[in-house]
Design a protein. Structure first.
Length: 301
């Protein structure tokens, strides 16, 4: 197999090969082995010995910070209309955002150990939670179901496409074939996000994507359990529907959460990546090519 630093002429590095290389990156040594180098300002890029396509460069900017973020990371993703809804008032969410955002979501799945959804999402959407729009391994699928109400016929329990962990309240559910059950204490609002992440990490699932729905993502955000939050906004107006982020907010704008943010175009959509733990490993402009913007007067998460 030809190495990235082979002197012989090779084709430009395209997005497919660049993504396959990024999938193997977890440390700076891995990044160097994949053909990435640091500029004097600390930003990573593909080595100039191999011409890289613009999309290959964009993949580094967008995903290398997450690749290098370490073994314990909790991130969340939501796609919503410009007025803040993730589905219509009837629950139809196919699709709020476009194809490029769905590919982005599948790339996030490929970079984590586990993907988490709440019971409402499992019941309403019957999501597969597998990696299909890009190369990469399937994460463990984690269904949060404190009352044991998700039907046994949902695909995550029956399709065998990836391991599934069913998290239920104590004494709430019987075993299901091929599905691991994790019983945790549950309050009226569900499982404690920090306790849940610790329980997943104890099973080797330290890199976690909280995918939905809005209630579940909001609980993790309000609990301060997330390191990054990805919100993709589509140029569509629903007027009414299922809300995305909702939790008890401040009385004054000065108390609003204004975390450092990066922006990326995804076709007609706009992706906002919020760094909720600035200064930790893998954060900041040194890990990618697009620096985070810090709002004036920002309150850190």
């Amino acid at each position: 197999m030809r190495r990235w630093d082979d002197e012989r002429p090779v084709d430009p590095l395209d997005a497919t090969e660049a993504w396959e290389r990024l999938l193997r990156v977890r440390t700076e040594r891995d990044a160097e082995a994949a053909g990435l180098v640091r500029d004097p300002d600390g930003r990573w890029r593909w080595h100039r010995r191999r011409e890289a396509s613009p999309e290959a460069a964009r993949l580094v900017a967008r995903y290398l910070p997450l690749c290098l973020a370490g073994p314990r990371r909790a991130v969340a993703q939501l796609g919503q209309s410009v007025d803040g809804f993730i589905a219509t008032r009837t629950g139809d969410a196919h699709y709020v955002t476009g194809e490029e955002d769905r590919r982005h979501l599948h790339r996030l799945r490929a970079l984590v150990d586990a993907v988490v959804v709440g019971a409402g999402t499992a019941v309403a959407d019957d999501p597969r939670l597998t990696v299909r729009a890009c190369a990469g391994p399937n994460p463990v699928r984690v269904v949060l179901d404190p009352r044991g109400r998700v039907p046994a016929d949902r695909g995550v329990f029956t399709d065998g496409a990836a391991p599934t962990l069913w998290v239920v309240g104590a004494g709430r559910a019987d075993a299901r074939p091929g599905v691991e059950v994790l019983r945790l204490p549950a309050a009226a609002g569900g499982f404690d996000p920090v306790h849940l992440l610790d329980a997943l990490a104890a099973r080797g699932l330290g890199r976690v994507l909280v995918e939905g729905g809005g209630v579940t993502v909001s609980r993790f955000l309000e609990a301060g359990a997330l390191h990054r939050l990805y919100v993709t906004v589509a140029p569509v107006i629903l007027g009414d529907g299922v809300p995305g982020l909702r939790f008890r907010g401040p009385e004054l704008m000065s108390g609003a959460l204004r975390a450092p943010v990066r922006r990326f175009p995804l076709g007609e959509d706009s992706l906002f990546e919020f760094d909720l733990r600035p200064g930790e490993s893998g954060s900041g402009s040194g890990s990618g090519e697009v620096p985070y913007e810090q709002h004036a007067g920002a309150r850190q998460a």
